[in-house]
Design a protein around this ligand. Structure first.
Ligand code: SF4
Length: 205
């Protein structure tokens, strides 16, 4: 049974009548909509991103003050872009089941959309947040090569640990771990498929 079309959660599936994802998303009584993510989890999801942006700005600041300010503005705008272009298509939109709280903020600012699939808009728009990770990293490497200092090295290591290890680990093992439809999310599906392939389990395309 293709997992992308059906909910496999036993709480929401009857034996002979699988529930379509679309119906599940729109049902305010579904377990997903009723779930309320605790505040500590919302903070755990957002604080490392805030730390990442501050560290990124500190790295770029060593090269250019205007660049550092521009980086902060871009990073914040990219989050707003996420609220505008991705969250309105998500089943967590407008619910407290969104692990990072964006779903609630997005619902206050933008209308719900259903004219495209979540997976499609996610793939089309997720790239907008990549510069927040890669621009400071590239500049840090440049700074290390052209004018090595201990401070830049510490900033680079802290930035890399936060952006490339801590944030993905939190997302994988805490924020998205218990999502009822993680197999429909391009971010989590890729990792789940890799895991299954590693275990020799056939993955439907
Ligand atoms: S789960 Fe992700 S896409 Fe969905 S509302 Fe929350 S932040 Fe937006």
């Amino acid at each position: 049974m293709p997992t992308s079309n059906y909910i496999s959660n036993e709480n929401v599936r009857t034996k002979n009548e699988p529930i379509q994802l679309k119906d599940y998303f729109n049902d305010p009584e579904s377990a997903c909509h009723k779930k309320r993510i605790p505040l500590w989890l919302v903070l755990l999801d957002n604080l490392p991103t805030l730390v990442l942006i501050i560290l990124g700005a500190l790295i770029i600041f060593r090269l250019s003050t205007i660049g550092a300010v521009g980086y902060v503005i871009y990073s914040l705008l990219s989050i707003a872009w996420f609220w505008a272009k991705i969250c309105p298509f998500c089943h967590h939109y407008g619910t407290f089941s969104c692990p990072c709280g964006y779903g609630i903020i997005s619902a206050r600012l933008f209308k719900k959309r259903e004219d495209k699939s979540f997976r499609k808009v996610f793939k089309q728009n997720i790239g907008v947040v990549f510069p927040t990770w890669f621009v400071p990293f590239i500049i840090a490497i440049y700074l290390l090569l052209t004018g090595y200092t201990r401070e830049v090295l510490i900033l680079t290591i802290t930035f890399s640990l936060t952006g490339f290890i801590i944030i993905p680990l939190i997302s994988r093992f805490v924020g998205c771990k218990n999502c009822d439809i993680k197999e429909d999310c391009p971010w989590m599906k890729k990792k789940t498929d890799q895991l299954k392939k590693g275990q020799g389990i056939e993955v439907p395309v």
